[in-house]
Design a binder for this molecule. Structure first.
Ligand code: UTP
Length: 308
């Protein structure tokens, strides 16, 4: 007879671990953000605002909407502002309260979504995304988890991470968000070698980090959303420095292919590369155009400049 005690136990008939819900997310914020210097000299890139909200908050809201409860920020130098952002600010709240600025007060209080917890761990040296994820190993433990790169801002009706979590629930495997990129841009991304395709879902046959266009196995690129099984940590721990002198997450993921199911999901929605100046600017325009208080003004400004 099968004995099912809790989601973390195994049945007596089946020694495979039972389903574990994705409830933890790693948000690596240890990068140097050199493309945005000097803005990022003393301020993290992830605190750059799109309209009036920092990039990191969009990522946290998206993850919370997908059921994430525990956030692990992997921080580096000059990242104190991120901890402050998600901390209670008694003084500010008190002042807003005294002024009767109720709407602003509610916005400030809503920064940390309900029923979520924030933890911080430090990446001593920015040795790459793979190394940043490895720094979260002890805090994740033995369960599947999400990784979100806050500088990839994804505007979609269904939160992007939710789309990935749903696939993980079906397959119990690894799943990464993917999108088609121009061939001349393959050297900026981890690129998929495509196996089978089923609508938006692609079985991953191989992964190559930042291939030159002529060597790229496809134009399908990994964007900053992942749901990974904890085995990734073993592969990361064994990793050598890869492309760009960094420990690459893509290389460790490539070594997991052939184990648990590994899919790429063509995501629904629009992705803005906010680590890049033009992408960041475009995101600001797109988000401002959706705001009742800003849309007309933005349109007028854009028209004025388009004519000049
Ligand atoms: P990027 O490749 O955009 O690097 O990192 P970067 O250092 O942030 O920015 P540039 O290229 O110098 O302008 C993608 C994500 O991985 C994190 C970054 O914070 C960003 O969220 N990252 C990168 C780390 O946490 N640690 C690292 O060692 C490298």
């Amino acid at each position: 007879m099968a004995v099912i005690a809790s989601a973390n136990f195994v049945t007596m008939e089946d020694s495979r671990p039972m389903t574990k819900r994705v409830r933890k997310a790693v948000i690596p914020v240890g990068g140097l953000g050199t493309r945005f210097l000097p803005a990022t000299k003393a301020m993290p890139k992830e605190m750059l605002p799109v309209v009036d909200k920092p990039l990191i908050q969009y990522a946290v809201e998206e993850a919370a909407a997908a059921g994430i409860e525990d956030f692990i920020f992997v921080t580096g130098r000059a990242k104190q502002a991120i901890e402050d952002h998600f901390d209670v600010s008694f003084e500010l709240e008190h002042i807003l309260e005294r002024r009767g600025a109720t709407e602003r007060l509610d916005e400030v209080r809503a920064v940390c979504p309900a029923n979520t917890r924030m933890a911080y761990t430090r990446q001593g040296d920015p040795l790459g995304l793979g190394h940043a994820v490895l720094c979260a190993r002890e805090l994740i433990g033995d369960e599947p988890f999400a990784v979100l790169l806050a500088d990839d801002l994804i505007k979609s009706d269904r939160p992007c991470l939710q789309q990935l979590v749903e696939i993980n629930e079906q397959t119990q495997g690894n799943v990464v968000g993917v999108m088609e990129v121009a061939r001349e841009h393959t050297s900026r991304y981890g690129i998929l070698d495509i196996g089978d395709e089923d609508g938006d879902l692609v079985t991953i046959a191989g992964l190559v980090e930042k291939p030159a266009p002529r060597n790229a196995p496809s134009r399908l690129a990994i964007i900053g959303r992942y749901v990974l099984r904890p085995e990734i940590f073993e592969h990361l721990a064994e990793s050598q420095v890869g492309a760009g002198g960094e420990i690459q997450l893509t290389d460790a993921m490539a070594r997991m292919i052939g184990g648990a199911p590994f899919h790429g999901l063509r995501i629904e929605g629009r992705r803005f590369d906010c680590g890049d100046k033009l992408g960041f600017f475009e995101a600001n325009v797109a988000y401002a155009l959706q705001r009742d208080d800003l849309a007309d003004g933005i349109r007028r400004i854009l028209n004025d400049y388009a004519g000049s």
